[in-house]
Design a protein around this ligand. Sequence first.
Ligand code: GTR
Length: 420
Amino acid sequence: MNILGFRPVFILGLITATTLVSPAAVPAAAAPPRFFPPDAPGAAAYTLPDPLRTLDGRTITTVAEWEKIRRPELLELFRAQVYGRVPDTAYTQAFRVVSENSGALGGAATRKEIEITVSARGKALAIRLFLFTPNHATSPVPAFLLMGNSSVDHYDPAVARPSGYWPVETGIARGYAMAAFWSWDADPDQKADVDFKDGAHALLDAGPRQPDSWATIAAWAWGMSRCLDYLVTDPAIAADRVAVVGHSRAGKTALWAAAQDERFAMACSNDSGTGGAALSRRRTKEKESVEAINRLFPHWFATNFKAFGGREQEMPVDQHLLLALIAPRTVCVASASQDLWADPRGEFLSLVATRPAYELYGLGGLGDRTEMPPIGEPLHGEGAHYWIREGRHALTAADWKFYFDSADLAFGRVAPKPIR
Ligand code: GTR
């Protein structure tokens, strides 16, 4: 705390290429920063639920109260009303290293393919995890776990073309382990499957479905945690520094996984939008509404969530509380300027609104920011990191740079700098 009573919020001072230009070079006139345009007039006002106020009106003032009272209350509300509840069916788990190649990526990495088998009630489900660890590391390294929407071939650079979606080489060069699995291994993404007869549902569901039964996003989040079960056993990985990453539907999932599973040190939500980082109560004419997402993807959320289409203000939670559940761990939210369906401003304001939860832990979140940073300029706060890049709905190499830079800060690999 400083004498004015607020904690400074820190930002990473990156050395950009322009600062390295030789004195003889004439720098081009800097383009003025471009900002994401404000909402069109007439947007409806809304009031968000207070992170620190319980359903019965108590105000949370300490970490102990947050962790014993409000955090469990919020988790229960998200389970009951949004993503659904994982059944408590007992299961066993086995890991098998299917292949290992210590000369991957031209010798820079060791590539392992691990089969994670989860067994219950005489059935089994296999998740294939692809893991690259840097050969130059002398101690366990932090890791990124990506759940991808594309089939398994995409995670092997020997087969797939290099892609911004999954830049294994860059992660390895920056000293991170890179792990990925395919969402369909945990639960196929089929909208006709509203009976939930496959994937993790078929494995663990014992009784008839209820309005609060888990749906596909909850099954994917469960799959992320099963992959983490393996990662924390791998000696190459620093078990307390695993980040979970997802784009769009997988970004929604990464947030719900990290909210529940406190072993994740960091969650990266890429263009996650409605049901992810974006505030549901904020309605714009371009964004995906709660009604639309439940109509278009009837298999993603619990049945109870469908009742809130057009009645968002009646929800006991909004998505800033999902992000707040991750505090004091690190949340990164990325938006894209043309991705109005995902509501970039709603994603930013949601992250801003986590501040009371971070402050309980002596962290500043994004501080008192209410304005989005210029497009292309990351905002690195305390626990909370945000950026919006130019372009469309996608997970790109530039988004990954934002995640790697944020992780460098979160995991103490570079020192933060104050932004005020
Ligand atoms: C969209 C959907 C979004 C987002 C996206 C995706 O069509 O409306 O909520 O999840 O799909 O996952 O690519």
